[in-house]
Design a protein around this ligand. Structure first.
Ligand SMILES: [Cu+2]
Length: 162
């Protein structure tokens, strides 16, 4: 009788042990799988979050004019920028070589961007200046010559890096 009881108890313990083992295994598999997936996510996120280092973007900009434009008749200056658009990515270092190609005694021109870049550079006839800044704010920003409005203006487009 005692031996039968011992057998039943041993059998019970064995079944319980197997049940516990199966339960632990069933719990462990999803946890291990989840850890593996989360590791993969971490790797993917890290590669996606590599910051864009920015590159140097160089532009050559000149004063220009609309051919055959009658300033008196039109009531506005004929002056324009040679380049109406400059497109860069946020983080790029922008270098603009700005030339005033007027004859001596001609007009001054400026390269001006208001907030947030706060640039205002004037070039006299036959002069040039180099304007350098980091494009650290995304958006579309007008650049203009303060002497020749509304015709002498363009757009700086700063986009998020790809
Ligand atoms: Cu001008």
């Amino acid at each position: 009788m005692a031996s039968n009881n011992t057998t039943v108890i041993m059998l019970g313990i064995s079944i319980a042990a197997i049940a516990i083992a199966i339960t632990l295994f069933a719990i462990a598999i999803p946890i291990l799988t989840a850890q593996h997936e989360s590791n993969q996510n971490t790797i993917q996120q890290n590669s996606a979050q590599t910051p864009y280092a920015g590159v140097k973007k160089e532009f050559y900009l000149f004063d220009s004019e609309i051919p055959g434009f009658n300033e008196t008749e039109m009531g506005m200056p004929h002056d324009t920028f040679s380049m109406p658009t400059m497109a860069v990515f946020k983080g790029d270092k922008v270098v603009i070589h700005f030339f005033n190609i007027e004859e001596y005694g001609g007009d001054n021109h400026s390269f001006t961007i208001y907030k947030p870049y706060n640039i205002d550079v004037v070039v006299h006839p036959r002069e040039n200046k180099t304007i350098t800044f980091v494009a650290n704010t995304t958006g579309t920003f007008a650049y203009l010559c303060t002497f020749h409005q509304p015709t002498m203006r363009g757009q700086l487009i700063v986009q998020s890096p790809p």
